[in-house]
Write a protein that binds this ligand. Structure first.
Ligand code: URA
Length: 235
């Protein structure tokens, strides 16, 4: 479909006005500014932004919370993996996708939606919302290590932002930590725990902002309530 037609279908402006917006250099397709009026896009694949905001054809928006089991990959398609999270969501016709990522070996709260704007907002580094995890780690970290964890650690050459951590259970050779971070770097919790020499044995995400798993069983999903969706949109 031609870019200006797509913009009109998304409710940005009329086709004619959309052409002016394109010529003004305010439109990006897959993060490249496009100024040619004839440009064709694939509305299933291409990400179109106007003034840096993703636009989409109005469709039925769905918002889902899944209690992801370990062993499932957080991608829409994976040729090399048998288990993808979408296999767990039955009976939803809309083309949903996961919001952010959980490692294959991490369980817990994962959001899925077809609302590109909300997904973009929730995962953008400047908006990152607080995510809470329960981690079973090797050994029992001492206070010095916990303080370093809270203040920030150099992971992949960059300091992590302030974090929350407390020990909620002590075993002989391991302990259970409650951790909260608001960044979303790759394998961040695992890397932070490894850094203080208490590698993660098991990891589960229990909340995103004020959304919590509560009693949602592992492998089960539910639609978010209206209040929950409104809350996410207001973040
Ligand atoms: N941190 C991790 O290390 N893994 C996750 O899946 C999420 C956060």
């Amino acid at each position: 479909m031609r870019l200006q037609k797509y913009m009109a279908k998304c409710g940005v402006a009329s086709r004619r006005e959309s052409e002016s917006i394109i010529l003004e250099g305010r439109v990006k397709v897959n993060d490249l500014v496009i100024k040619e009026l004839g440009t064709k896009i694939n509305s299933d694949k291409d990400i179109v932004k106007v003034d840096n905001k993703i636009i989409e054809i109005e469709k039925n928006k769905v918002y889902i919370m899944l209690n992801k089991p370990e062993g499932y990959v957080t991608t829409v398609k994976d040729k090399h993996s048998e288990n993808i999270v979408l296999d767990l969501i039955d009976g939803v016709r809309e083309r949903i996708f996961p919001v952010g990522r959980l490692d294959c070996d991490t369980s817990g709260l994962l959001l899925l939606t077809n609302d590109g704007n909300l997904a973009y907002k929730l995962t953008h580094p400047s908006h990152e919302v607080i995510k809470r995890y329960i981690a079973l780690v090797e050994g029992i970290p001492n206070n010095k290590k916990l303080t370093r964890f809270r203040k920030g650690l150099k992971i992949d050459g960059r300091m992590t932002a302030e974090a929350y951590v407390r020990i909620i259970k002590r075993y002989k050779d391991s302990s259970v930590l409650e951790i909260a971070i608001h960044e979303g770097r790759n394998r961040q919790v695992r890397k932070m725990c490894k850094y203080i020499r208490h590698p993660v044995i098991k990891l589960k995400r229990i909340s995103i902002g004020k959304l919590t798993l509560n009693d949602l069983e592992v492998g089960k999903w539910r639609y978010l309530t209206r209040d929950e969706v409104d809350y996410l949109k207001k973040l």
